[in-house]
Design a protein around this ligand. Structure first.
Ligand code: KIV
Ligand code: ZN
Length: 544
């Protein structure tokens, strides 16, 4: 008998982006969407178009670019939201409108201040309207986990009659338990007469750490779509993790007896990408993609592993795309080995970008004995997440030690944010530390009212001469922007990260059509144009 397929609906770009602190710009969302396609995700929820102009733009652009997976947009059950959603997803080859309305008494009475009857009516009208625009309509009964089963079945039946082809049963607050949730799904299957005309979907939150268990229990009871996110990111404690669901189905095929289209060898790349771009670090003991997921510490385990891997490992690291042992590059590695590695890491670069990258690799390998995969990824992604690079850090000189830390910086900038006419400016500032001094000097030039809200440093790879990576977030005009910078020198990494965040903020502002006037390089400092150099130099003198 042919096995049923479980549809993977990824909501990293919508629910995942609602994670505290995660905010992605358009370029970052497109990078993630492309990786989701490579991963084999069936439906990509690209955002909530009515929630902001940025979300609308992201859903529209992803709809225009992605040709394989379905692209869904989320909307409340109002005509206005649904129309905006359609205006964003209609460019997709396979568009989906995903409309939602709460069905628990708590939400109906307290949040919506309506009656069950009114909510049922609203849901039906919303689905009918959505269906008049789009043939693929999903309805979500928000807080279904705490909804009365009789009423929930009524709503599900009515929205299927109105045209919903997928009915989603979210455990919005992560309250249910696996057996209870499984029973809910099997009751819906049994009691809703027209259920055969729709796919049952589930969307589980992880407040009690049960999101994956609840989703799997739902699959056992007939759900055929799971909504999930890469690394399990999402509101509060997050959503069901895509990689855990996919691997559970792969490792236990006879138990679940379903198929899916996730290419599990791409899980690790997806996890790394999402973590890097959102700045949400994956805990080391995270199942499937955590750094320790395949690490064996105890002697007994290591002994068992050497005799037969299956003694202590239920899956191979290669099955999830974890590099077994990285071929380490160094200063003697040539073009061929380098480009082979770039390809293996899943990047396609045009000739110009490839040449620039090779030069950067050569420069790095002269400073650093071994160049690891992580180092190469850091080089590739350094500038790939900025839409329009307006400011370039040309020079950085920091004096630190016993005295007052002082920084001198030179920055070149595009004159009007669009053309390539550069002006270079320099400034100096003191600070409470070397990084603070550098940021103060940069602030004097860019004249943006920036607040640093997050800052972290880590080593990109494991060697003594590892690249340092700074990840930070800044607030500008009410929006958060992330920045990442890598260098052998952590102060330079910090300055690069700051510049990246400023570039994202400024290019977003320009895209939004704000006046460019505020960013007007001071007229009195153009003499340093002559000294413009393309590489960032830093002299770090320690006194005392
Ligand atoms: O958690 C939830 O209920 C949701 C819905 C909008 C699907 O995210
Ligand atoms: Zn959710």
């Amino acid at each position: 008998m042919k096995k049923d397929k479980v549809i993977f609906f990824d909501t990293t770009l919508r629910d995942g982006e609602q994670s505290p602190g995660a905010s992605l710009n358009l370029k970052e969302k497109i990078l993630i969407a492309n990786q989701l396609v490579v991963l084999g995700v069936d439906v990509i929820e690209a955002g909530f178009p009515a929630s902001s102009a940025g979300d609308f733009e992201a859903v529209k652009t992803i709809s225009q670019q992605i040709k394989t997976s379905s692209i869904a947009g989320l909307c409340r059950s109002t005509e206005k939201d649904i129309k905006i959603c359609w205006d964003a997803v209609k460019y997709a080859k396979k568009p989906r409108i995903h409309t939602f309305l709460a069905t628990s008494d708590l939400h109906i009475e307290k949040k919506l201040q309506k009656t069950r009857f009114e909510v049922l009516d609203m849901a039906v009208k919303a689905v009918k309207y959505a269906k008049s625009l789009c043939k693929d309509v999903e309805f979500s009964a928000e807080d279904a986990g705490r909804s009365d089963i009789d009423y929930l079945c009524k709503v599900v039946e009515a929205v299927i009659d109105a045209g919903a082809s997928t009915v989603n049963i979210p455990d919005t607050v992560g309250y249910t338990t696996p057996v209870e949730f499984g029973v809910k799904i099997s009751e819906i299957k049994k009691r809703v007469p027209n259920i055969g005309k729709a796919i049952i979907s589930v969307h589980c939150h992880n407040d009690l750490g049960l999101a994956v268990a609840n989703s799997l229990s739902a699959i056992e009871n007939g759900a055929r779509q799971v909504e999930c996110t890469v690394n399990g990111i999402g509101e509060r404690a997050g959503n069901a993790s895509l990689e855990e669901l996919a691997m559970a189905l792969k490792v236990r095929p006879h138990y679940y007896n379903v198929t899916h289209s996730i290419k599990t060898k791409e899980l690790y790349n997806a996890s790394k990408l999402v973590s890097r771009l959102t700045g949400i670090v994956v805990q080391v003991n995270k199942a499937i993609v955590g750094a320790n997921a395949f690490a064996h510490e105890s002697g007994i385990h290591q002994d068992g592993m050497l005799k037969a891997r299956e003694t202590y490992e239920i899956m191979c690291p290669v099955d999830v795309g974890m590099p077994e042992s990285s071929l380490v590059l160094g200063k003697h590695s040539g073009r061929h080995a380098f480009f082979k590695k770039v390809k293996e890491l899943g990047y396609k670069l045009d000739a110009q970008a490839a040449e620039k990258l090779f030069e950067e690799f050569k420069a790095l390998s002269n400073k650093k004995k071994s160049v690891f995969d992580e180092d190469i990824i850091a080089l590739i992604e350094e500038d790939s997440t900025v839409d329009n690079k307006i400011f370039t850090l040309e020079y950085l000189n920091v004096i630190s030690g016993a005295g007052i830390p002082t920084a001198t910086v030179k920055i070149s900038g595009k004159k009007d944010g669009k053309n390539a006419q550069f002006k270079v400016f320099q400034e100096a500032a003191c600070g409470s530390g070397p990084i603070d001094a550098a940021y103060k000097a940069i602030d004097k030039i860019v004249k943006m009212d920036i607040m640093l809200t997050e800052f972290s440093i880590r080593a990109v790879s494991s060697s003594e001469d590892a690249l340092g990576e700074v990840f930070l977030k800044v607030k500008y005009k009410g929006n958060l922007y992330s920045g990442k910078g890598t260098s052998i020198d952590i102060i330079e990494a910090g300055a690069k990260a700051y510049m990246q965040a400023l570039n994202k903020a400024k290019s977003f502002e320009i895209r939004k059509g704000n006046r460019y006037g505020k960013y007007d390089f001071r007229k009195n400092i153009s003499r340093s144009l002559r000294e413009k150099s393309s590489s960032v130099r830093r002299i770090y003198r320690t006194q005392g």
